[in-house]
Design a protein around this ligand. Sequence first.
Ligand code: HSE
Length: 424
Amino acid sequence: MEKKIKIGLIGLGTVGSGVFKTLKHFDNVEVVKIAVRNKNKKRNIDGLDESIITDNAYEVVNDPNIDIVAELVGGIDPAFDLIKTAIRNGKHIVTANKELLAKHGEELFNFAETNNKVVLYEAAIAGGIPLIMPIKTILAGNKINKIKAILNGTTNYILTKMDVQGASYEDVLKEAQELGYAEADPTGDVEGFDAAYKITTLATIAFGKRVKFENVYREGITKISPEDMKAANEMGYKIKLIASAELDDEGRADVRVHPMLVPMSKTLAHINYVTNAVNLSGHPVGDITLSGPGAGEFPTASSVVGDILAIASEIGKTDYVLPMMRCNHTETAVPIEIAETQNKYYISITAQNSLGVIARIGKACEENKISLASIVQKEVAGDNAAKITVITELCKEKDMQKVIDIFNNDSAITKVNSLIRVQI
Ligand code: HSE
């Protein structure tokens, strides 16, 4: 009988449990050690031999019998040191750690290559959606220059609920927390960090140039209001948290995460609740959209187990496992500052219903080379406040920011309620 490939798991939470349960169906691999935080926690996992559980993760990475370590706990410390120790000890790595990849990917992959080990991370970006392996293998003949994606299920759930129920961000967040969809501290999701980690690595892989996390522009969804949702709907858009990456003709990368008004004609406008989706544009393939579950026990386990089986299938057959899946970057992408980007904008303004307000808004835009695609003022309410909604044509971010400054200093303008970029 062929030797079973020995697997060590770090983490037996939602993802780790799904991985353990899924791996049981494969005869060529065997989970021989699992590190957990709390050994005494009651776990109802069929077929789990409690004697392989340890609360010392170094027992997994130092175990000479283990061939592949799957790190499923996330964060930088101690995950990074555990992974490096495992690599030094001759193990291949599978990880779902998006933060580690985004912040230390270069060091991690260089270290792995020096030690002739592979690090696979399909589960780190969009959970169960196959992205990394397809981009690195069957799409290898493409020049991918554009990604538009929904990479965070929590925020997509909140935005979908706000849209469907006409409810406020605060109310929907509370409900999502009660249902366990959002964490008690939701910052990582709602402020866009999670999506920014994911687009950093996804853009790096797709463009074949390193994108640095610190160059990724980021805005979250906390300021989106039910009024913005309603206005977007009336104009034929949905509001989504979009992770976007574009490579220009000179090889410069514009990578960002922020809310956008997405036209209903686009697929991403129809991706709802916790579903993720990634639209890639490249040559020669054209446009592809992949969508599916971006988190959860079994969808994420699907990606982790796929990576484990890919490595396991080559161990003992070659001295250089999975060459196409290794890091092949030699360059870092030159970033484009958000101020230099061109966008269309939705602006929601509350103003006094006084003579010439609309003309002043138009003049400020004209003086800053911003052309208006539409301007709408609804009938004035009893408080004499005019709600004005503007959509611009494409213009420079820095010109838009100058106009917002002018609005903020105009005594007839009570408030700029929202400024949201619009997808074209
Ligand atoms: N927190 C993530 C999300 C799931 O809400 O999509 C894990 O990456």
